[in-house]
Write a protein that binds this ligand. Structure first.
Ligand code: FMN
Length: 225
């Protein structure tokens, strides 16, 4: 565990495997006053930015809140949840509804070309993406699905690095928007608290069985594995 060690010492600490991180992760009820070094925060953020997205459009945006003053304001916008102020870092995960209109397509194509995107794909994408997004039957769902994949990458990377995390949907979007001075095109999707657990962890709430949640081939047929 990385708890309360310097970043130099931490470099030698074994990361958890993904299986361990998934098994051990709990929604942290309370954080102690330890910090997240910049190197680790960067790894966590970069893990999120590596998430997949439709057409590689990456509509996610994140605001990292670490100052005491901003955390206090964010807490007030989050139904006074104490862990918002206790966390070493709060990552506010947003989706930008207008990114694709404001240069994201061009940037996606620039990066793609660097990686070998064929020119005929790029030309087609310039037409297809605006068509697809301007006629999307459920655009908030489209945004949300991408932001949450990146969010989950970050949460699990933080756990792999030995941190504790708290995902949160308990906030008032308009108040968060005001605190963070977000543009109107930004939707606030979820908050992620990162730090180290204070006290004991919450109980394990259990998970629904595969029989209840997983089907084979079509709805209602049990998967036999
Ligand atoms: C998107 C999302 C939003 C959540 N919002 C809150 C929240 O606002 N406050 C809170 O205390 N817990 C919140 N939780 C934590 C859940 O209550 C917790 O994940 C669930 O009870 C299962 O517990 P576990 O994650 O420890 O297994 C949220 C979890 C998710 C995934």
């Amino acid at each position: 565990m990385r708890k309360k060690e310097s970043s130099i010492e931490m470099a030698n600490v074994m990361e958890k495997t993904l299986s361990q991180a998934i098994a051990e992760r709990r929604a942290t009820p309370s954080f102690d006053d330890s910090h997240v070094p910049d190197d680790d925060l960067k790894k966590i953020l970069e893990a999120g930015l590596q998430a997949p997205s439709g057409y590689n459009m990456q509509p996610w945006r994140f605001v990292v809140v670490r100052s005491e003053e901003q955390k206090r304001r964010l807490r007030a916008a989050s139904f006074n949840q104490a862990k918002v102020e206790e966390a070493a870092a709060m990552i506010v995960a947003c989706g930008d509804a207008d990114g694709w209109r404001n240069g994201d397509i061009e940037e996606m194509l620039r990066l793609g070309r660097e990686g070998g995107m064929p020119e005929n794909y790029a030309e087609q994408a310039k037409i297809n993406i605006p068509n697809y997004l301007s006629n999307h039957p459920n655009f908030p769902m489209w945004l949300n699905r991408h932001v949450m994949i990146a969010f989950t990458h970050m949460m699990l990377m933080a756990e792999v690095l030995g941190y504790d995390t708290a995902p949160m949907e308990g906030f008032e979007e308009e108040r968060v928007r005001e605190v963070l001075k977000l543009p109107l095109s930004y939707h606030v999707v979820a908050l992620l608290g990162i730090g180290h657990l204070k006290g004991s962890d919450k109980f394990y709430g259990g998970r629904f069985s595969m029989a209840r949640t997983v089907f084979a081939e079509e709805y209602g047929k049990p998967l036999k594995i």
